[in-house]
Design a protein around this ligand. Structure first.
Ligand SMILES: NC(=O)c1ccc[n+]([C@@H]2O[C@H](COP(=O)([O-])OP(=O)(O)OC[C@H]3O[C@@H](n4cnc5c(N)ncnc54)[C@H](O)[C@@H]3O)[C@@H](O)[C@H]2O)c1
Ligand SMILES: [Zn+2]
Length: 356
């Protein structure tokens, strides 16, 4: 155990192994927050926790609704008797991990957190970097992540047997986020991936290493260095909204990367061969959906509505310019202000599913 206060930045301590084995590390009298679906799919999970005499096991239904004030309150109530030296362990995808992170930050002004990401997206992205948040419902509309904290995990347990119950679509979603980091941060690794697509465990290890490399330099997001992790997210978020969230976040980001490559090419920032190579690799590797999916979603939208979505996403500046992450080379990204006329010029081709 580290001597830093609970939740302070520390380099991640990743432990790989089966959940049953790693659970024996859990101090007795801890509190567990568990995704109910994961518990149902993996019947040895709850008994392994119970063997450590926990103070409480709180089960939440995973999914965006788990990030509510109501489930935060449920977790806080379950953790009421946890001493300040106690541990909260979160077993689930990004939603359970995010709400448990907030709870770990609040309980006794901060307790030790152990993250057990059970989705690939959580393993490569959300369980790393210290962020947790809950959503708020304001005038009937869900606002994502307005109430959040930084609270770094003390340990992260990566249990490959838990990923076996993920659907192909869930694996694709996490893989796209992982390849996003490789394509924008590590040219050598990208080359190796193109030659031989990585096994899942290697993908997780590499992506975590890359994300940590960025977070270590800017653990509390004071310097904007973490912005590069948003590659593909500007138009990814737009497509996610246009689909009314039927398109998964990872699939939307994959298509958002294709459009970011187009923007980069159009501005002369991303060389044509780089854009071509990354698009081909992402299609063959993690399986980014075809441009026709993005066309289907964007065809009937007015440019005005799209501009409003970009604005609401706080990615746009005063003159409507977008702070976009663009590739200057494979493995190198830059944050660039993109004027509305640039993406507006590409829009007709995008709505036809064509590469502009
Ligand atoms: N904190 C961060 O830095 C950060 C980064 C990225 C995303 N996020 C957040 O993460 C959330 C998305 O995470 P997610 O995609 O993991 O979503 P999720 O937690 O909703 O999980 C997706 C679905 O998979 C199920 N599931 C979980 N593990 C499973 C398993 N092993 N087998 C079968 N089913 C399983 C869940 O019950 C849920 O229905 C969003 O709320 C997003 O805002 C946070
Ligand atoms: Zn993302």
């Amino acid at each position: 155990m580290s001597s830093l206060p609970p939740g302070a930045y520390r380099p991640p301590a990743d432990r790989w192994g089966s959940f049953t084995k790693l659970a024996s590390r859990l101090p007795e009298g801890s509190v567990a927050v568990v995704d109910r679906t994961v518990a149902r799919f993996h019947p040895t999970l709850i008994p392994a926790l119970e063997a450590r005499s926990p103070r409480a096991i709180i089960q939440l239904v995973g999914g965006e609704r788990a990030k509510s004030m109501a489930s935060l309150e449920k977790v806080l109530a379950g953790g009421l008797n946890l001493p300040r030296s106690g541990t909260l362990v979160a077993v689930g995808g990004g939603t359970v991990g995010d709400v448990a992170t907030v709870a770990a930050h609040l309980l006794k002004r901060g307790v030790r957190l152990v993250q057990v990401p059970t989705t690939l997206l959580a393993a490569v992205d959300s369980s790393l970097g210290g962020k947790g948040a809950v959503d708020l419902t304001v005038r009937g509309r869900v606002v994502k992540n307005p109430a959040g904290v930084f609270h770094y995990a003390d340990e992260t347990w990566l249990c490959p047997e838990l990923y076996a119950t993920l659907s192909d679509a869930q694996v694709r979603e996490g893989s796209i986020e992982a390849w996003k980091m490789v394509a924008s941060l590590d040219a050598g690794l990208f080359k190796r991936y193109v030659r031989t697509p990585p096994a899942l465990e290697k993908l997780v290890k590499d992506a975590r290493g890359l994300k940590e490399g960025i977070c270590a330099k800017d653990p509390y997001e004071h310097q904007g260095l973490r912005r590069v992790l948003n590659f593909g997210h500007t138009f990814g978020h737009v497509l996610e909204s246009l689909s009314r969230f039927k398109l998964s976040h990872g699939d939307a980001v994959g298509l958002g990367i294709l459009w970011a490559l187009d923007v980069g090419r159009h501005l002369g920032i991303t060389p044509e061969p780089v854009a071509h190579e990354v698009e081909r690799a992402l299609t063959r590797g993690p399986g980014v959906l075809g441009r026709d999916h993005a066309a289907e979603l964007s065809r009937r939208e007015s440019l005005k509505d799209v501009a409003a979505l970009l604005d609401a996403d706080k990615k746009a500046g005063a003159k409507g310019e977008l702070r976009m992450v663009l590739l200057t080379a494979v493995g190198t990204a830059e944050v660039v202000d993109v004027m509305p006329k640039t993406w507006r010029a590409l829009w007709p081709a995008w709505t036809r599913g064509a590469r502009p």
